[in-house]
Design a protein around this ligand. Sequence first.
Ligand SMILES: [Zn+2]
Length: 146
Amino acid sequence: MSVTVTGCELCETPGGEVLHQGAQFRVVLVDDASYPGFCRVIWRDHVKEMTDLPELDRMLLMDVLWQVEQVVRDVMQPEKINLASFGTMVPHLHWHVIPRYTDDPHFPAPVWASSQRPAQQASLQVRRERLDALRAKMRQRLATYL
Ligand SMILES: [Zn+2]
């Protein structure tokens, strides 16, 4: 049985395009025009902190996070990966996996900081063209994670 909280965005909505649905977690592609390839790993249950998870669940979530990072790196070819877990606005355990590029609007600051430059449309187009490969490789990589 899953633990859900009424009014929680991540309990009530997928939080993005679902690339993989496991029994205890899902991986979604975030619809962010400036950051194609931005993925999230979202725990199924409404759990607040990593240390609220039993150790084996925590290890599973970390393992999945590294798998997702690897696929995003391989396909999106970023300058850097940002991993982040805040949960202050939505206290439901989730990790952001964000491909970063030197010409993205916020580099080298976090994507939540003030924008430093306009998005480069030609670069965005190249990145958007990789999304189908990202979808396919993510599904393939996570297929054994039930
Ligand atoms: Zn929730």
